[in-house]
Design a protein around this ligand. Sequence first.
Ligand code: PLP
Length: 429
Amino acid sequence: MNREVSIRLFTEAQKYLPGGVNSPVRAFKAVGGTPPFIVGGEGARIYDADGNSYLDYVCSWGPLILGHAHPAVVEAVASQAKRGMSFGAPCPLEVELARRLVEALPGVEMVRLVNSGTEATMSAIRLARAYTRRFKILKFEGCYHGHADSFLIKAGSGALTLGVPTSPGVPPGTAADTLVARFNDLKMVREIFKEQGEEIAAVILEPIAGNMGVVPPQPGFLEGLRELCNTYGTLLIFDEVITGFRVAYGGAQTLYGVIPDLTCLGKIIGGGLPVGAFGGRKEIMEMVAPVGPVYQAGTLSGNPLAMAAGIATLEVLRQEETYPYLEKLGKMLEDGLREALEEAGVPGRINRVGSMLTLFFTPEEVKDYASAVKSDTSLFANFFHAMLEEGVYLPPSQFEAWFISLAHKEEDVAFTVEATRRVLRKLKA
Ligand code: PLP
């Protein structure tokens, strides 16, 4: 594949942008090489500046569950753009999106719309601290909740990929208020609570981890956390920035039947435009300004353009066939990848929930951060580049989720499985 234009653009980009990118994982540090510069997308495909086409399993890191440039979303955005892009005043569309979120998510009675997942988690933590009058929070190793200071402690996603899960620049005082436990290890959480439970404002987690690669909760884990939080008067926060409207219309809380006190959202609810949200029980949410004293604001929050994209996306997702279709494709991909691994004699594990999946190059079960990082990342890098040459665009890190959209077809999955077969055979040889 010729990537001359991308190579030229990447060189120029590095003059103006640190690392040539605006979000670290895009720089391909974990896999090496030059990232293709993307100029367009349609359905399940993206196109780079050299005219190459790829089947896309990144889907903008999750938001594009309808695929690229879905006609309903394009139409909604275009027609709103003609009528104005931001007013900084209440608009009907933000009420409409909020109503849809409240109707969809059992843990959300009221919601505040923001501009990113990071804003959602950061604000949810402030609210939880104000509500409980406590300062400590408990998070899980390998979970990523955006780049606010409190969360950059043993974080996942790009932070994990770059080997800086704990970032310099986070004040020690802030770091000291973030306790970290092992994902899926209820016993460890119980021990922490025994010592410090009365000081913990909130437990925050991705109910299905997506940022150390996909790691589902083991049976009883979420339920156990719910119980502990009830006992100690701690708020349970589900960061459903990835899982909201991804694993079920009502998110992971609906899938597993465990209801958090607060929920963070992003990605899908903006249909590809910058949006986030945090919501929860009315009694807690009414502490947010201007009703209550917990300050939170945003110039572009609830802007009509992003609202229009989000509403159009949710309207398509509401159709009955959405999640069964995504499950069917997810299972087909999982089964095909497993067969390909077996055929080639390459040890690997596939974790999947619906349309989010990770193929870990490790023979052992992946149930937490420690087991995820046992994966063979140099094998992943070779696999990644060989798949890219085949025209399949995977997330450029072992520790990320692959996403399937409604625009993916069975033929696309079959093509991906065949490409995987060829690549694994070659890598093994
Ligand atoms: N929470 C989770 C679970 C995420 O996956 C992400 C981003 O990938 C975030 C929060 C942060 O969202 P954003 O990148 O929109 O700030």
